[in-house]
Ligand binder design. Structure first.
Ligand SMILES: [Zn+2]
Ligand SMILES: [Zn+2]
Length: 257
């Protein structure tokens, strides 16, 4: 594979992962960036889950001495409007190479909580899309992560998505206006079998003039690192995508695929 590297990864600095940097470092050669969970008022745990930035930075500094400065800092910001001030306060004095923007919960439940599967698809999707639309532009970020997070537990067809095309168009247009990249989430495409939904969404983003794309495994363990990336890169090429974007030290780098 080219010098492209995974733009969505977690370690034990995320509340739901036990992975170590060494797991990923032992299985990679180029840059490595982790995007640790920052979820305010997280209904999964009953409190705000934020990575310990001092420890995270210290561990990365130590690893960078050993691994030739190839470890980068990242965060996955779980946006939740009622706690926006807490999000902005946490981020204010911290620097990252890569910031993902996500919506994981609505204050009552996480969209991956088991019981969501028994809820009404249209009610859930309508609510999730409204939250996702509101999230864009409220905090500085580089990438809009897993657009399908809110409906991962449903068996969704492209025609189901098409019924929400105007909402999705507004979200993707806002994403483009705010210069956010669109994430191809390998966990969504291959573990939740939503590749057809990404096919539809990618075409919609391209029809609006979107050109910034990232590929992220959303791995919480080494087994998912760069999950099916070779296949997804072929799939992106088939859609006319020739380059992916990466983020380092405040600048953007395009990688030909
Ligand atoms: Zn996420
Ligand atoms: Zn994630």
């Amino acid at each position: 594979m080219s010098s492209y590297y995974d733009q969505h990864l977690h370690t034990h600095f995320s509340y739901d992962s036990k992975a170590d940097f060494s797991d990923y470092l032992a299985n990679s050669t180029g840059f490595l960036v982790t995007t640790e969970h920052f979820d305010v008022a997280n209904p999964v745990t009953g409190h705000t889950d934020a990575p310990d930035y001092a420890k995270y930075s210290a561990e990365i500094d130590k690893l960078n001495q050993k691994y030739g400065n190839r470890v980068l800092k990242g965060i996955e910001i779980g946006y939740f409007a009622p706690q926006e001030s807490e999000i902005l306060a946490y981020l204010a004095d911290k620097t990252y190479d890569l910031k993902l923007l996500s919506v994981h919960h609505n204050g009552e439940f996480d969209y991956l909580d088991d019981f969501v599967a028994d809820m009404d698809f249209d009610a859930i999707f309508t609510r999730y899309l409204a939250e996702l639309h509101d999230a864009i532009g409220r905090v500085e970020a580089d990438v809009l992560a897993h657009f399908d997070y809110g409906i991962r537990l449903f068996d969704v067809s492209v025609s189901d998505l098409q019924r929400y095309e105007s909402q999705l168009t507004a979200i993707f247009q806002k994403m483009i206006d705010y210069d956010l990249a669109f994430e191809i989430n390998a966990k969504s495409t291959h573990l939740y079998n939503n590749l057809a939904l990404y096919d539809y969404a990618l075409k919609l983003v391209q029809s609006l003039g979107g050109t910034l794309f990232t590929l992220g495994s959303d791995g919480h363990k080494i087994e998912h690192y760069q999950l099916h990336f070779d296949e997804l890169i072929d799939w992106l090429k088939a859609h006319g995508v020739r380059q992916l974007i990466t983020f380092r030290g405040g600048s953007r780098h395009f990688v030909m695929i």
